[in-house]
Design a protein around this ligand. Structure first.
Ligand SMILES: NC(=O)c1ccc[n+]([C@@H]2O[C@H](COP(=O)([O-])OP(=O)(O)OC[C@H]3O[C@@H](n4cnc5c(N)ncnc54)[C@H](OP(=O)(O)O)[C@@H]3O)[C@@H](O)[C@H]2O)c1
Length: 218
């Protein structure tokens, strides 16, 4: 059985991704900040993980160190600012980077030794993190910058892991109906779950950003 880590599997896109993998017979190692989950499947385990707390990251990695890992879905993230905000608040920028950038990178680097040859790393990015976004505006600066860094990490990691045949990808899921995206978003989390499992099972091209099943501009 293949083992997949899905961070932030408690709700929203992460929950839908965990459910998609479980439905196809994978073992899912999920996380939430509290360590609890609404999922009750035999192939699911939930661990506490707070990406902004380095001790929590090492405790999580220690708890799963006996698994060999076939996939990491770096899904957990935060968006703190009002969507209309354009000013940079350094404290909020730091808080955002602690989770979306430093915590995500810290976790991934700790897990690299556990990854099997040919495994996959998928980073949940955003159109808001791209330089190519059409209709670009100055809003949501902290979140946007955090996803831009994640995109570059994706490219760097893809190069580093070429020899281990590990495929590293970033995904722009579109605007999705979750606590973060809000009720007015057009995309359902389940659609993203399907896209992620498709990418996981079929894609062999490393170091790209994907949108709706196709390679997209960074
Ligand atoms: N929704 C959209 O429109 C949209 C668009 C583009 C990209 N994305 C990206 O898609 C991913 C999922 O977004 P979503 O909309 O599903 O978000 P969400 O509904 O806000 O869920 C966020 C998830 O991240 C976890 N989390 C929050 N703070 C954390 C921390 N400090 N440490 C570890 N985990 C933490 C939450 O766990 P708890 O339940 O324990 O708090 C939850 O499981 C994110 O990377 C987001 O940036 C979303």
């Amino acid at each position: 059985m293949k083992n997949i880590i899905v961070t932030g599997s408690s709700r929203g896109i992460g929950l839908a991704i965990a459910q998609a993998f479980l439905a196809k017979g994978y073992k899912v190692l999920g996380t939430s900040t509290s360590g609890t989950s609404m999922l009750n499947e035999a192939n699911f385990e939930c661990f506490p993980l707070r990406l902004n707390d380095p001790e929590s990251v090492t405790t999580f990695c220690d708890a799963i160190k006996n698994y060999s890992i076939d996939g990491i879905i770096n899904n957990a993230a935060i968006l703190l600012e009002d969507w209309s905000r354009t000013e940079v608040d350094l404290q909020q920028l730091r808080q955002t980077f602690e989770v979306n950038v430093f915590g995500t990178i810290d976790l991934t680097e700790h897990l690299l030794p556990l990854l099997n040859t040919g495994s996959r790393i998928i980073n949940l990015s955003s159109g808001w993190g791209t330089f190519s976004e059409s209709g670009f505006n100055a809003m949501v600066p902290h979140y946007k910058m955090s996803k831009t860094v994640l995109n570059m990490y994706t490219k760097l990691l893809a190069k580093r892991l070429e020899s281990r045949k590990i495929v590293v990808s970033a995904v722009n899921p579109g605007w999705v109906q979750t606590d973060m995206g809000g009720g007015g978003a057009p995309v359902k989390p389940q659609e993203v779950g399907k896209q992620i499992i498709n990418l996981f099972e079929k894609n062999t091209k490393s170091g790209h950003l994907w949108y709706n099943g196709k390679i997209s501009e960074w």
